[in-house]
Design a protein. Structure first.
Length: 127
């Protein structure tokens, strides 16, 4: 018989997924992968991210919601509420190598969106 992993989709697990350093670093790497592998179109990038995370295409409602989230983060970064360098790299004096058409602000916004996508119940507990 094979041992089964206990489901860990509790609020505490979700908080850990959002705040633990390793998960933030994973979100940075995932965001860079999305930006490098996808067409320079937000909806296409969202579709690619969903395919990588949950092995399916997002619904139109999911695309709309992630687009709203992305726009909110872009605005917060533009307004100076968040430090794009800290989000994109974890260090204030350094930037990752980005595709030519991607700004540091956009990389940071996609990192924040990636944190959400990687923390979806569907991503964490694929059954």
């Amino acid at each position: 018989a094979c041992a089964r992993r206990i489901l860990s989709n509790t609020p505490l697990a979700a908080l850990t997924g959002l705040n633990e350093t390793i998960f933030v670093e994973a979100a940075r790497a995932f965001a860079l992968r999305i930006l490098r592998e996808s067409e320079p179109d937000d909806a296409k990038r969202i579709e690619h991210a969903f395919q990588l995370c949950v092995c399916r295409q997002p619904t139109s409602a999911e695309v709309d919601e992630v687009l709203r989230l992305l726009q909110t983060h872009r605005q917060r970064l533009a307004d100076g509420w968040l430090d794009e360098r800290m989000i994109a790299t974890g260090q204030a004096d350094q930037l990752p190598e980005l595709p030519v058409e991607v700004s540091p602000q956009d990389a940071a916004a996609w990192t924040l969106v990636s944190r959400v996508l990687l923390n979806l119940d569907e991503t964490i507990s694929k059954n």
